[in-house]
Design a protein around this ligand. Structure first.
Ligand code: PHE
Ligand code: NA
Length: 513
């Protein structure tokens, strides 16, 4: 049993920390452009289907898995999967399954955060630029200003290091005084700022063009365009559900491992989903899209990742008190990103602490150093040409930020549904829970519907990856640009190396127990 393992201080603190984990740049940055790119209303239909079929059941599975692992002193997923698989398989099979999941999760937490923290740095830098009027000068386009910001080291590196340092600082203080304390400040602030911006967004009127209004922006998102429904939009929607709820990343289990053995699961996990979805479809959907639509029309919302850093600053320039509203927007992004990055960061600390006996304080600064080293080439933009960097990161993100999550999700649900089994799973998930999961839910959803849906998702994703040439050593998307090929292959070699380290780490830890 786990001696001296930290627990969450209060119920509210736990829920806010979990909400902080889930609510991230995914809600405010990824969701609006995924929705806009995939036909608005046509996206929302598979989105809600995926929420019910995948999101909620996997969330319960991950909370249960995490609390179970915590009872045995484990905050990492390899060990959890091992413990649960062992119920019905041999030690060796369970160890291999655990190590596979542990390896995939290790690559996700170490790599996703490496680029995620860059963007968090930008959000902090842009909060500062908003307040100081840094992008208000209409002589330069906001696009130029953004490129200039990420290409000149000064400001961008400063804010990136500040953000990383604050993360390191928060994490040396542990679960209650670190993660929980910061979430208790940042999450409520995020909601308050979000409400202020929604009111601002919806009362904009039609300042630029009588055809453009906030309500038309909302309409775009909410009117179901059945005819635009495609496998592509369904895939994107399911991928978004995984990403936004932090599923398949190991970090929900990690947070759940700090629950006490009889802390509520079902209601708390549902609350986390609800808080995230509120922040996504209400705050994420009714701020950026209506604002951009009002000033820039459909062009504004389709500008992809540029929506936050290029289109919206352009709008804040035109709006009265735009500096303040701009600062609110970027602070929302910062709070959202920060409280998610904490979760990935803490996973690595838990791994060092529990598997290698490295104390939290030391681990925290070790990881800080690691992120600085991994991130420096990206932060020092001039070293790399812009496209090369983008191709490198996109390649990593295609695997660790989307494909692997689904693979991990499938393995987890399979382990709980078929190896850990009905009796144990229900006993674990329902102990201390205010709402209970029924045997029918387990037998229908967890055993069949959810894993089959993930499997279908995986088949279709794999098909589209094959079609796009992602499984080839010289992928088709860079065939015509030979100078970029080494960047894609470099990203893959890095990924392989991390996967191997992750496997060995998980395997040896499991053997030791
Ligand atoms: N759920 C997070 C989000 O919506 C995903 C994430 C977690 C990304 C942790 C990075 C780090 O942004
Ligand atoms: Na999210």
């Amino acid at each position: 049993m786990a001696e001296g393992r930290e627990n969450w201080g209060t119920k509210l603190g736990l829920i806010l920390a979990m909400a902080g984990n889930a609510i991230g740049l995914g809600n405010f940055w990824r969701f609006p452009y995924q929705a806009a790119k995939n036909g608005g209303g046509a996206f929302m239909i598979p989105y809600f289907a995926a929420l019910i079929i995948l999101g909620i059941p996997i969330m319960y599975v991950e909370w249960m898995q995490g609390r179970y692992g915590g009872k045995y002193g484990h905050g990492t997923v390899g060990c959890m999967v091992y413990l649960q698989s062992k119920e019905r398989t041999s030690h060796t099979t369970a160890a291999i399954l655990g190590s596979l999941v542990g390896m995939l999760v290790f690559s996700v937490v170490s790599l996703v955060n490496a680029y995620y923290t860059q963007i968090i740095g930008w959000t902090l830098g842009y909060s500062y630029l908003s307040l100081t009027g840094g992008y208000m000068d209409k002589a330069k386009s906001t696009g130029e200003i953004f490129v200039n910001y990420i290409q000149t080291p000064g400001l961008s590196i400063t804010f990136w290091v500040i953000a990383l340092f604050l993360l390191g600082l928060a994490l040396t203080r542990g679960v209650q005084k670190g993660i929980e304390a910061w979430a208790k400040v940042m999450m409520p602030s995020l909601y308050v700022l979000g409400f202020i911006l929604i009111i601002r967004a919806l009362t904009l009127g039609t300042p630029v063009n009588p055809d453009w209004s906030p309500l038309k922006g909302l309409d775009y998102l909410w009117s179901p365009h059945w005819n635009e429904l495609s496998w592509q939009s369904a895939l994107a929607a399911a991928g978004q559900i995984f990403f936004t709820l932090s599923l398949g990343m190991g970090i929900i289990q990690n947070y759940a491992s700090y629950l006490k053995p009889d802390d509520d699961i079902v209601l708390s996990a549902t609350a986390t989903v609800f808080l995230n979805e509120f922040a996504e479809v209400i705050l994420g959907g009714s701020i950026a899209i209506p604002i951009a639509y009002t000033f820039l029309g459909t062009d504004g919302i389709k500008s992809g990742v540029g929506l936050s850093f290029i289109a919206l600053p352009n709008v804040f320039r035109m709006m009265p008190a735009g500096q303040i509203f701009g600062a609110f927007w970027f602070l929302i992004l910062f709070f959202a990103g920060f409280t998610s990055a904490i979760a990935m960061y803490n996973y690595l600390i838990a791994l060092l602490e529990e598997d290698l006996n490295i104390p939290r304080r030391v681990g925290s600064w070790l990881i800080f150093a690691l992120y600085i080293i991994i991130g420096l080439p990206v932060a020092l933009e001039p070293v790399l040409t812009k496209t090369a960097e983008l191709v490198f990161l996109t390649e990593l993100d295609n695997w660790v930020g989307s494909y692997f999550l689904v693979v991990v999700g499938l393995l987890e649900v399979f382990v709980v549904g078929w190896l850990f089994g009905e009796k144990k799973s229900l006993e674990e998930v329902n102990r201390g829970s205010y709402w209970k999961i029924s045997s029918a839910f387990f037998n229908i959803m967890i055993k069949w519907v959810t894993p089959l849906a993930i499997a279908i998702l995986l088949v279709f994703s794999t098909r589209s990856y094959i079609k796009d040439g992602y499984f080839r050593w010289v992928p088709s998307f860079v065939e015509k640009m030979p100078n970029l090929v080494p960047w894609v292959q470099g990203a893959r070699l890095l990924l392989f190396a991390i996967l191997i380290i992750g496997f060995i780490e998980a395997y040896t830890t499991i053997q030791k127990k």
